[in-house]
Design a protein around this ligand. Structure first.
Ligand code: 1HE
Length: 257
């Protein structure tokens, strides 16, 4: 799991994965994409949530354009499939992923952020899809994941016109679930990851793997899949213990902030 431009550390039951290529604005070359894939495929079993972060002033400048050489159509397909495979390991791995965003979250960097389950952006964050003006197309799963966050119309506009969303407009549009002060995205992401790590693992798993599928099913299928998942999750000893604790007044109530 070692790569010069990717660091991995654990803090208790959460892991921190950090892009460490600040001099190139964390641009993702093939080796870095494969390192991300390997890291998320080989998370230690003790890890219950992951924070992904980028070193330096920008989260990620997207595809390393210096590697964008002449590829034929078949090679282009394979290259895109490699990104799909890597980001699939982020989205559909064993545990939730929280992205800590700041500065540029552009192109493939936005595709990477979109594969996370929660995005926390600080006030320096900006979002763009320069592929549209560079004569290329998204290839890292962006056309599947990004419209789920902001809708097809906004993504079309970004790619056709080169529109850049700032942190506030981006949060309103749906890129990030949290908007925080400059320099605090990482701390907030760690706080959330620690909170997520306390959930029953099967609940987290259902949220990552069942919810997005159910949301795409016709209602009748969705209700049935939901019932199956509900039955499985509530059967876990963990769930029974948590419900018992609440009924005995030993678990916190839901409270306003
Ligand atoms: C890079 C890259 C990169 C920076 N590939 N080297 N992505 C883009 O089109 C975004 C391109 N990057 C930028 O617009 C800007 O670099 C930033 C807004 C992200 C940051 O600006 P700034 O002023 O802080 O940095 P810089 O001076 O532009 O860049 C610093 C160095 O990083 C510089 O190299 P140096 O050797 O001259 O110091 C840049 O060349 C280098 N650098 N971004 C390669 N992306 C699966 S398909 C996905 C398709 C895409 O992602 S397309 C979108 C690509």
């Amino acid at each position: 799991m070692t790569h010069p431009d990717l660091t991995f550390e654990t803090q208790g039951d959460i892991a921190i994965v950090r892009l460490e290529r600040a001099a190139k604005r964390n641009a993702l070359n093939d080796a870095l994409i494969l390192a991300l894939r390997d890291t998320f495929q080989n998370l230690p079993e003790s890890v219950r949530a992951v924070v992904i972060d980028g070193a330096g002033p920008h989260f990620c400048a997207g595809l390393d354009l210096s590697e964008l050489k002449e590829r034929n159509a078949g090679q282009g397909v394979m290259h895109s499939r490699m990104w799909h495979q890597a980001l699939e390991c982020v989205q559909h791995g064993p545990v939730p992923v929280v992205a800590a965003l700041h500065g540029a979250v552009v192109g493939g960097g936005l595709e990477l952020a979109s594969a996370a389950h929660i995005r926390v952006a600080d006030s320096t964050t900006f979002y763009a899809l320069p592929e549209g003006t560079r004569g290329i197309f998204v290839g890292g799963g962006g056309s599947v994941r990004i419209p789920k966050l902001i809708g097809v119309a906004r993504m079309t506009d970004m790619m056709m016109t080169g529109r850049v969303y700032n942190a506030e407009d981006g949060e309103r549009a749906g890129f990030a679930q949290y908007l925080v002060a400059e320099g605090t995205a990482f701390d907030k992401a760690v706080e959330l990851a620690k909170r997520i790590a306390t959930n029953a693992p099967l609940t987290n798993y259902a949220l990552m793997h069942a919810l997005p599928r159910i949301a795409e099913q016709p209602a009748d299928h969705g209700f049935f899949t939901e019932a199956l998942m509900a039955g499985i999750v509530q059967d876990a000893p963990d769930a029974k213990e948590r419900v018992r604790a609440f009924l005995e007044g030993k678990a916190p109530k839901v409270s306003k902030n």
